[in-house]
Design a protein around this ligand. Sequence first.
Ligand SMILES: Cc1cc2nc3c(=O)[nH]c(=O)nc-3n(C[C@H](O)[C@H](O)[C@H](O)COP(=O)(O)O)c2cc1C
Length: 186
Amino acid sequence: MSKPAAEEAEQESAAAQFKRGMRSLAGAVCIVTSSSNGRRHGMTATAVCSATAEPPTVLACINRATATHRAVREAGLFCINVLRHEDQALSMLFSGGPRAEERFRPGQWTTLATGAPVLVDALVSFDCRLVNSLDHGTHTIFLGEVERLQIGRKGKPLLYSDGQYAKLASPAHGEPLPEELDYWGE
Ligand SMILES: Cc1cc2nc3c(=O)[nH]c(=O)nc-3n(C[C@H](O)[C@H](O)[C@H](O)COP(=O)(O)O)c2cc1C
């Protein structure tokens, strides 16, 4: 007989339970890049979000064991490239296997203001200067002030939810926010 879900949850470590809970979140898949000492680095990340619009600032939570983490720390710059739903192969490339320069072989890459690699066909790229960081556990929260923004042609984002890649059924769906509610709290 299978154990009740509550009993199973009790036997899980706190970290395993946390990870299982986090599977319920749907995240936009991004490639966070940096460039240090002439070498490009980049990795897939979903722990990315807006921090504030004034000044325009984003945050990314990056594992301290990654090569991209070291590059962001050294160079003080990073770029968040938001992937299209067609770009699952790029996401997989940047999350394992080949490292550093090899990951940049497919796709067209350029630079804007900081020198961090910018994916030419991203939905949007936020080219940032590192302005603050907070180490916590295995990760660092990097705060980046946006120096330049590249908004690409319209399209659907690549999503990651419940351990799988996913895409929106339609670009606009559900109800818009009531007019009196502002996402930015203004
Ligand atoms: C969909 C997806 C989302 C990920 N999100 C993050 C993230 O937000 N932060 C992080 O540190 N690693 C994240 N990872 C793991 C890194 O992409 C992976 O560890 C990568 O290989 C690290 O780069 P490195 O091999 O150069 O160290 C994610 C992986 C996948 C597949």
